[in-house]
Ligand binder design. Structure first.
Ligand SMILES: [Zn+2]
Length: 392
């Protein structure tokens, strides 16, 4: 992060030569300032979260809470669920000021914020209710398995968790996402025809193209594919449609179809299944080793085990991040190539440039920082991979 900040500062004074025809100095400096502000906030937030996490152990909050809860919730099924619930609520409340600052101060300062208190608190309330429902329908069966099948519980637990994930992916586009945004069918005859040809040309069925009212929260633009099987849909942010010309929108869509055609979505799913299998195996192994928890000053009750597992999972994903980012970037290149073959390099290239302009994406990238964290290749590399001249 420090390296990225340095790289951005060093290039703040001038637009990188490759982009000088497309970006004004003001746009470039806004992107640099925005990128730096987000980095700084991200760093501060990371330190804070690390401190909170360490506090649960170091000051004994977690084990105290666990002990107290045994008095109030004597059920061996609901005590662990209550523990996870309370810890999640506390963590959620502690992260609230950060989200508020990010949305209403930082994004506001750079003119991206379109949200207001009503939308924000509505999102928070809906998110909390959904979180509570997930906790009960996922947590309770896991604890029940731990109670009933000590030693081998992690095998059925993994199966159950996988089914749960599929349920969420299936319900997401039609049930959960509409709670937060309005999705309306795309109302643009010329675009709709082009999209139909693209999608059907790739041999896919889709249950439609939707426009999401992203503009009610933020002016950032994006597009994505969602859902499984028949419930698959293409979603454009309304903000994206406002910024791009029809042929550019089609190129962005072709990129998304490229992901689908290359099977990236299936591969990602298989990878995440594999990772959760490893995680559950490790968890099953850990529960047979109480000394690991003793060393952290904890007694390995079911609630504590599940929480530690969640945190360990989060921590372990950090060393894996470069590998995941590398995979993801390779997929982005493949999707770009797919899009170029079906539309044109000009359309995709200028669409990407417009997106960077609109989102104040950083043109300056430190290679090491990018290798570690970027899920998408830096713009320069993406454009260089296209037979499309960036300077003209
Ligand atoms: Zn992509």
């Amino acid at each position: 992060m420090f390296r990225q900040r340095k790289a951005m500062l060093a290039h703040r004074h001038a637009v990188p030569a490759a982009f000088s025809a497309f970006f004004s100095i003001e746009e470039h400096q806004k992107a640099v300032d925005y990128g730096r502000a987000r980095l700084q906030l991200g760093m501060a937030r990371m330190w804070f979260q690390g401190f909170v996490l360490a506090s649960w152990f170091y000051f004994g909050f977690l084990s105290d809470l666990d002990t107290i809860l045994f008095d109030y919730v004597p059920s061996s099924l609901w005590q662990p669920v209550a523990l996870i619930g309370i810890v999640s609520v506390v963590d959620g409340m502690l992260s609230l000021p950060w989200s508020l600052y990010s949305q209403f101060v930082l994004e506001e300062r750079f003119g991206f914020n379109r949200s207001n208190w009503k939308i924000f608190s509505g999102d928070l309330a809906k998110g909390s209710v959904i979180g509570a429902i997930f906790l009960v329908i996922l947590g309770a069966p896991l604890v029940w398995l731990m109670n009933t099948l000590p030693g081998v519980w992690w095998i059925p637990a993994f199966v159950f968790y996988t089914l749960f994930q599929f349920l969420i992916i299936w319900l997401w586009p039609t049930v959960i996402a509409p709670l937060f945004n309005k999705f309306s069918p795309l109302d643009h005859a010329e675009l709709a025809l082009g999209i139909k040809q693209l999608v059907e040309g790739a041999g896919f069925q889709s249950s439609g193209v939707y426009v999401m009212d992203a503009s009610k929260r933020s002016s950032h633009g994006n597009a994505y594919f969602t859902g499984l099987g028949r419930a698959k849909r293409i979603v454009f942010f309304d903000t994206l449609l406002q910024k791009l010309r029809p042929e550019q929108t089609l190129a962005v869509l072709a990129h998304e179809v490229g992901h689908l055609a290359h099977g990236h979505i299936k591969k990602g799913l298989v990878l995440s299944l594999f990772m959760s299998a490893v995680a559950f195996f490790a968890l099953g192994w850990l529960t047979l080793r109480p000394d690991f928890f003793m060393e952290l000053g904890l007694s390995p009750t079911h609630g504590v085990v599940l929480l530690v597992a969640m945190w360990l999972g989060g921590l372990l994903s950090v060393p894996l991040a470069p590998l995941m980012s590398w995979c993801s970037r390779r997929h982005e290149f493949q999707a770009d190539r797919y899009a170029i073959e079906r539309t044109s390099p000009e359309a995709l290239g200028t669409a990407l440039l417009e997106l960077y302009r609109g989102n104040a994406g950083s043109l300056v990238v430190d290679p090491l920082y990018a290798a570690w964290t970027y899920s998408h290749p830096p713009l320069t590399e993406r454009l260089a991979a296209m037979p499309y001249p960036t300077k003209d």
